[in-house]
Design a protein around this ligand. Structure first.
Ligand code: PGA
Length: 229
């Protein structure tokens, strides 16, 4: 299983450092799972042997006049080679269009990054039926090289993110099955994953891992989540 912790705009540099040392120590040499942590950009640090550090976002440039952004040069300093692209909060709150998301995707593939590419539908699309869901999700692959070898896809229904209302086991199973007929890469589920639902979610055949927000913020609790699988 793949476990990815998305801190979003939480944690400081010092709390991230102690989080990573706690988590690394807890995981030790347990190699049965793959673990990623995405801290905020101010808290980037080098990966440890059992926890890969990734960036939540970056601009598609080496460096340059892109106020407020960070580029490859800043990521290289920490040896960061993993990035989240297409998270719904970046699409919805920060206004990233599919065109920008696809450009970012292309840039970071050219630079050999591992990419966790996020897709997910809003509630009104889910409520208008499964065909609409798949149509919406398929559109989020426009301009994306789904055969990129270093790709992981994360399916995160927007209505399940940070709401405490995870998708049901049936909804996840059916959606992941349909997505697996489009992309043949590891497929994560994200959206209110926590200790009470991780066992059921992780036992779905088509779920290769989870992308976790709020339930990842405490290293010990996040490790409990990992350990319970
Ligand atoms: P959540 O966030 O676990 O807090 O719902 C998941 C995500 O946005 O990646």
């Amino acid at each position: 299983m793949i476990f990815a912790a998305n801190f979003k705009c939480n944690h400081t540099r010092s709390s991230t450092q102690s989080y990573i040392s706690t988590l690394s120590e807890l995981i030790k040499s347990d190699t049965s799972h793959e673990c990623f942590v995405f801290p905020p950009a101010t808290a980037l640090l080098a990966s440890t042997p059992n926890v890969t550090i990734g960036v939540q976002n970056a601009y598609m440039a080496q460096n340059g006049a892109y106020t407020g952004e960070i580029g490859l040069e800043q990521l290289d300093e920490f040896g960061i080679k993993t990035i989240l692209i297409g998270h719904s909060e970046r699409r919805e709150i920060l206004g990233e269009s599919q065109e920008i998301v696809a450009k970012k995707f292309q840039y970071f593939t050219e630079n050999g990054f591992k990419i966790i590419y996020c897709i997910g539908e809003p509630l009104e699309i889910r409520e208008s039926g499964f065909d609409s869901v798949m149509e919406y999700l398929t559109e989020q692959f426009i301009g994306i090289d789904i055969n990129y070898p270093n790709l992981i896809v994360a399916y995160e229904p927007i209505w399940a993110i940070g709401t405490g209302r995870s998708a049901t086991i049936d909804e996840i199973t059916i959606t992941h099955k349909a997505l697996k007929s489009i992309v043949s890469v590891p497929l994560l589920y994200g959206g209110s994953v926590n200790l009470s639902n991780i066992k059921e979610i992780s036992s779905i055949d088509e779920v290769d891992g989870v992308l976790v927000g709020s339930a990842s913020l405490d290293a010990v609790k996040f490790y409990e989540l990992i350990r319970s699988c």
